[in-house]
Design a protein around this ligand. Structure first.
Ligand code: COA
Length: 179
């Protein structure tokens, strides 16, 4: 493929995921994303500031010194209209959750979005659930009706098994998905 260069021949389904440490913050000079704001979030330091303020943690994947993608995780609370987990004898409307905050990949990658999401789900199950109550993983799926056709990430999350937290929000505005 023309213009893919540094990402040529990479198997993104196997790429390592690393915690964003101060030494890795200088990566990302050539990062390109289908949504420019996700380049800005990285380059203008929003993510780094949020990490410093303990508002999220960020993990990245890279090919040598080229940032390939990033994902942030933060604590969340899922609230639903109808009680859930009745069959488990709980019947609550509010649940502890982990949120996927920002997720973005370089547009020259393939399959990295799924790789980062599958890593995050596995990470929450193996590392977070054993030490603190977490029942759901949430994401506010980006939906932008100012472009034609509308930019809609809900299909990406549906493929991963996410469902609308509120089925009545299934069309239109930003929606919270849960798994
Ligand atoms: C959303 C994003 C992370 C997806 O990552 P990606 O690497 O493009 O996704 P993958 O290549 O792993 O694609 C996985 C599958 O999801 C599909 N998919 C990707 N985006 C989709 C969308 N918006 N709607 C439906 N399906 C989608 C792909 O076609 C692919 O399907 P396939 O396996 O049948 O070929 C990426 O497009 C991105 O960085 N977007 C800009 C930032 C953004 O919108 N982040 C999400 C904020 S909530």
């Amino acid at each position: 493929m023309a213009n893919s260069g540094k990402f040529d021949g990479v198997d993104f389904s196997q790429l390592d995921i690393e915690l964003l440490t101060p030494e890795l913050r200088s990566l990302g000079q050539g990062f390109r994303c289908v949504r420019g704001e996700f380049v800005t979030y990285w380059k203008q330091g929003r993510i780094q500031r949020e990490v410093d303020a303990y508002l999220c943690q960020c993990w990245i994947s890279r090919v040598e010194n080229a940032l390939a993608g990033y994902i942030t995780l933060l604590a969340d609370k899922l609230q639903v209209e109808d009680v859930l987990l009745v069959e488990e004898g709980v019947k609550y409307r509010t649940f502890p959750a982990v949120k996927i905050g920002l997720l973005a990949v370089d547009r020259r990658t393939k399959g990295l979005g799924v790789r980062l999401m599958e890593w995050a789900i596995d990470y929450v199950i193996t590392e977070v659930v054993p030490i603190i109550g977490v029942r759901f993983i949430t994401v506010d799926a980006l939906y932008d009706s100012d472009v034609e056709p509308p930019y809609d990430t809900s299909g990406f999350y549906s493929k991963l098994g996410f469902e609308f937290a509120d089925p009545t929000e299934a069309m239109g505005e930003p929606r919270t998905f849960t798994i």
